[in-house]
Design a protein around this ligand. Structure first.
Ligand code: SF4
Length: 331
């Protein structure tokens, strides 16, 4: 079975006390069943404290947040569970974060989550490079429509190559991604696979573009679930930044992560628009693009309700029609 990982995967190491954010802040950590059982059975002061702070909602056990932090977080920045019981006692979420796994049955794609500041630095500053490929014994069954997956893999590669070319302004490359996403959706629906004509697509994009409304984009995001006061503030007072190579790296990360997920419902185009909307938002908010993208990920990517709201709005919201999106990319 093939396992792929991005080229920077093994460069990640938690920067703990130097981290400008923390995965022990704001999030209510979901605790896997085996760890929850172990924690609830622990003797002594740690066990007592864990029994106080673990609670079960809809069949899932979560650690209650206290004063905006995980209650296991200590003043010295260390995790109390790890300090007293060792790293192996951490629950699955804490042991794995920020490592991501997409298991498709007969192949696995691993990555890092943008919501961790150190992972965000690696993801958004790494030059485009081939993935690390590792073969492990075993040939499990594919758990998807193999014809659709073949189209998605081929079109994702074309999209990633487009985003890695670097011979056009960033905004034009993003506009081309939208147009190519439209072609790729057609191919997923059964159209003949054909080369992408970037010059013709750019002409079409320029003709289609209508002036967009960045304020409508931030207004839409203000209506989603918000985790931190910083995010609320950033949405109220966007700094209107510009597109940069970091934006392209963000688009590559999102393309790598979400493109193949269209195998679940055959809707690739709403995911392509999700990628574009995310890149637009991060550039509209401005500030340090890596820190903005990390905060975006913490607020949006790690909240499935928010992701689904954007996927729905990709077709329905007036700010996100193709012509308006193109208008914000190709002024
Ligand atoms: S967010 Fe990332 S770098 Fe920061 S403490 Fe968590 S794993 Fe470490």
């Amino acid at each position: 079975m093939l396992i792929t990982k991005p080229s920077y995967y093994y460069d990640f190491s938690c920067i703990a006390g130097s981290c400008p954010d923390s995965c022990c802040k704001e999030w209510a950590v979901q605790v896997d069943a085996a760890s929850a059982e172990r924690y609830r059975a622990l003797p002594g002061a740690l066990g007592e404290r864990l029994r106080e702070v673990l609670h079960t909602e809809d069949g899932e056990t979560v650690m209650t947040i206290e004063n905006g932090r995980c209650p296991m977080w200590r003043q010295d920045g260390l995790c109390r569970i790890q300090a007293e019981l060792g790293e192996e006692a951490l629950c699955k979420t804490c042991r794995e974060f920020p490592r991501l796994t997409h298991d498709y049955g007969d192949f696995v794609e691993m990555g890092l989550e943008l919501s961790c500041p150190e992972a965000a630095r690696l993801i958004l500053t790494a030059a485009p490079a081939p993935d690390i490929r590792e073969e492990i014994p075993g040939a499990p069954e594919a758990e998807y429509d193999t014809d659709a997956m073949a189209v998605l893999k081929a079109t994702r590669e074309t999209a990633l190559n487009l985003l890695a070319e670097g011979n056009r302004p960033v905004s034009e490359t993003l506009a081309l991604l939208l147009l190519y996403g439209c072609q790729a959706q057609g191919e997923l629906d059964g159209d003949e696979i054909r080369p992408f004509d970037a010059d013709a697509a750019l002409e079409e994009a320029t003709a289609l573009a209508k002036s967009g409304d960045p304020q409508a984009v931030t207004d839409f995001f203000s209506g989603l679930e918000i985790l931190t006061p910083q995010w609320e503030q950033r949405l109220k007072e966007p700094a209107y930044g510009t597109f940069s190579p970091i934006t392209l790296a963000l688009a590559r990360y999102l393309t790598q992560r979400y493109w193949l997920q269209a195998v679940s419902d055959y809707d690739l185009y709403c995911r392509v628009k999700f990628i574009l909307i995310s890149c637009l938002l991060v550039s509209v908010l401005g500030g340090d693009p890596i820190a903005t993208a990390q905060l975006y990920s913490k607020e949006i990517e790690n909240n499935i309700d928010n992701v689904e709201a954007i996927l729905d709005a990709a077709y329905a919201h007036p700010a996100f029609t193709d012509d308006r999106l193109l208008g914000m990319l190709l002024p």
